[in-house]
Ligand binder design. Sequence first.
Ligand SMILES: [Zn+2]
Length: 331
Amino acid sequence: MTDSAGKQQNPETLRLRKVALEAAEAGLFVFPVREGSKLPAFHGKNDCKGRGVCADGHQGWEQRSTRDPEQIRRWWSQTPWNVGIACGPSRLLVIDLDVLPERGVEWKDLAKGWPVLDRVAAAHGAQIPATYAVTTPSGGGHLYYRMPDGLELRNTQGGVGHSIGPLVDTRAGGGFVVGAGSVRPEGRYTVAFHGVIEDLPGWLADLLSPPPQPEPRAVPLQLSTRRANAYIAAILDAEADNVSSALKGQRQITLLNSARTLGRLVGGRELDEDNAREVLLQAATVHIGVDGMTRGEVERTIDRGVAYGKQAPRTIERRSDERDGENGSRS
Ligand SMILES: [Zn+2]
């Protein structure tokens, strides 16, 4: 992979270099994938000799992926590597569908080809938002979504654990996809839908999130009842603020996260469930009817977030002498 000053450059290498540079310019982290394949070009952990970039420990494709044009030019100087896109560093979640219909179809026709994803979306009263999509040489499809801030998802495998369903994998942290313009013996990866990369819808983020873990209570927060009530009121205010000031594209995930936070307090009997829902609904009212957000969608998001948060109850320790009654959250 060294520079070849004297050599004539292969047009295919130049073409793939351009593909890599354009992906990087669009904000994606790229790395070389072996010619005509979907395997990273770098040595794996088991073959690591601890030299060069690995002198201080093995660096895999995820660590080495880059947006640096100089590095990309060096990598794509001699060999027509395919273009790997590292999902984690790129803040992408890519839905990997096993089979898609023929290329160049309309988004809504494309969606007809995904019975599983369609059914799952319908079950959530949602649709699959049209986004940048790529067809693979074997007729599969990659739907690119942006991972919301504050969320760290890993790969999922169709039908296993917190996945979308059979035949539908997802690639996120620890995963990569081969980008459009790359080639395999069966054909080329091509752009199926030239949209922008949309934000991952909240219901999908929720579906793909592992169940919450109760927080360790190593240092319990010990407050007087009065201060505990003020503390909870401050959380309510802060979450309501987050929800009402959320920007387009972040509204659903913000509401979901706030509902999860309050749901944990509901689970810990620190907060009344109707009260929590009411606060969230009031805060979200400014968004209803704006940019297609409906009241039903808001209510479903609140339902999901509160239900999720309740699985990891959060309680606030009060000093025993001031604990008032069984609930303790109101005076
Ligand atoms: Zn290494």
